[in-house]
Design a protein around this ligand. Structure first.
Ligand code: DX5
Ligand code: ZN
Length: 213
């Protein structure tokens, strides 16, 4: 299991310090939540702050876009060369084109599914994707409760993924902690995002280790 702590739950007054801490504590990716106040009812950070995160990070960035104008934001973040950029399928009319654009910028493309979005939506896109991010909460905020039916959805997605593109990773985001991680791994999750669980833990390394299963 790869572990991608979400900096949404970091102390923004000490952002560089917290980014360094999770990297030193052994995370695999630094998950960055970009919200535009339109696609989701919250507003977070743009390229100025994300470039400060990139400068502090010793692990690759995993940028999760929760925005209306995906193409605009992809162009904005591409110069930071994150490992992944993921965009929501619910907000994209031309996902196939955007996948190609992201890859042509030297970034690995990923698509995000909201809680109600069927895995089958990706049947004709999976072969071109490096990762699918399954939301296990409604996007917009950290610290929410895990939606239980996400587990069945992961299992369906895994079947599709294994049949179409076994190299495509399955990532989960929302309400992940040490008590549901084993169940998520067994269902097929390869990468977990965890915000409040990691940052509310007294010992970041212990928190990250407990998800590395
Ligand atoms: C929610 C974000 C998540 C969030 C997860 O829209 O995409 O990355 O930070 O936070 P926790 O782990 O607290 O649910
Ligand atoms: Zn996220």
């Amino acid at each position: 299991m790869l572990v991608a702590p979400s900096v949404l739950s970091a102390d923004f007054g000490n952002l560089a310090r917290d980014v360094k801490r999770i990297c030193d504590a052994g995370c695999d990716l630094v998950h960055v939540d970009v919200m535009d106040g339109h696609f989701v009812p919250n507003l977070t950070i743009g390229p100025v702050v994300v470039s400060a995160i990139a400068a502090a990070a010793t692990k690759p960035l995993d940028i999760h876009l929760m925005v209306q104008n995906n193409t605009f934001f992809v162009e904005l973040f591409a110069p930071l060369q994150p490992e992944f950029i993921s965009f929501h399928i619910e907000e994209e009319k031309h996902p196939h084109r955007l996948i190609q654009n992201i890859r042509s910028l030297g970034i690995r493309p990923a698509i995000v599914l909201n809680p109600q979005t069927l895995p089958e939506t990706l049947e004709y896109l999976l072969e071109d994707l490096d990762m699918v991010l399954v939301m296990s909460v409604n996007p917009g905020f950290g610290g929410q409760h895990f939606i239980p039916n996400t587990v069945a959805k992961i299992k369906r997605l895994k079947q599709l993924r294994d049949a179409i593109n076994p190299d495509c990773l399955i990532e989960i985001d929302g309400g992940v902690n040490n008590s549901n991680i084993a169940m998520l791994r067994d269902a097929g999750v390869d990468v977990c995002v965890a915000g409040s669980y990691v940052f509310n833990h007294a010992d970041l390394k212990q928190a990250i280790d407990s998800l590395h299963i």
